[in-house]
Design a protein around this ligand. Sequence first.
Ligand SMILES: NC(=O)c1ccc[n+]([C@@H]2O[C@H](COP(=O)([O-])OP(=O)(O)OC[C@H]3O[C@@H](n4cnc5c(N)ncnc54)[C@H](O)[C@@H]3O)[C@@H](O)[C@H]2O)c1
Length: 289
Amino acid sequence: MKQFAGKTAVITGAASGIGRGIAEWCVHEKVRVVLADMDEAALCAAGDELKALGAEVLCVPTDVSEREEIETLAQKAFDTFGGVHLLFNNAGVAAGGAPWEATWNDWEWVLGVNLWGVIHGVKAFTPRMMAQNTACHIVNTASCAGLMAGGSSAPYSVSKHAVVALSESLYLTLEQRRSLVKVSVLCPGMVRTNIPNAESHRPERLRDETRPVSATMQASRGTFEALIAAGMPPAQVAKIVFDAIRKEQFYILTEAKWMEAIRLRTERLMVMENPENPSAVLGTILKHA
Ligand SMILES: NC(=O)c1ccc[n+]([C@@H]2O[C@H](COP(=O)([O-])OP(=O)(O)OC[C@H]3O[C@@H](n4cnc5c(N)ncnc54)[C@H](O)[C@@H]3O)[C@@H](O)[C@H]2O)c1
């Protein structure tokens, strides 16, 4: 897609962080925006702020882990604006720990939002976008954690590897059918967002009364918060994303230092060397950040 003005974008997780940054960039490109988020108060506030900038905005409170809610989102977006040209399956949460320490609720919550949320978006929007027979683009937000081994947050890492696989599959099948719907997978490094407070979005039914927190989990949380605080601003990520859409670039990586970590992981894989402790890689990256 080269021309954005007058097109319509749907963004999930649009009330905060990367989604909010992408929504603002859409407005800058004169794109109409459909904002979806489960945090209704933050969603309304984001909608009002974008309207004040002169944007055409539709806010649809949506829990992406619920199939019917994404279906409603698609219906409302197409009914209101007559078409959707850009879809950002972006909503996500982070939680977990080592595979056996992450609770059943951690697994269900993180996979429900990060993986099923993207599957729901792909299933609801792709056929409708294909039927429009016009240039469209879908961007799924994964993470660098989807391209390298992650030890400290197993559910997150599993969900993001799966989003990369889903996106590659979507890209390849749409290319095979010569579709006008293009695909990218966004794998950011660290971005300065509210993701360390993701727990506040966890539904009541998936909360744990007594949640074991090991010393390892506590230490890796500290590293995570430090990396996020030193992260890239969401507006910069949004610019990188739009440049990639213009170039029909599938893999969107945002930072050289994270690409280096992915390269090291891939090199080990190619010679069948065992994985390196990811916290050692993170520590080295943090030291040189
Ligand atoms: N921040 C980073 O460093 C980073 C790095 C790599 C990937 N990501 C990914 O970027 C995406 C956006 O995260 P962010 O960092 O901007 O975090 P954020 O917490 O600032 O924003 C996430 C938004 O998603 C919403 N949300 C949470 N659960 C939802 C649900 N079930 N349905 C709908 N909305 C829901 C939240 O209300 C919030 O507004 C996520 O997929 C995350 O995994 C973030």
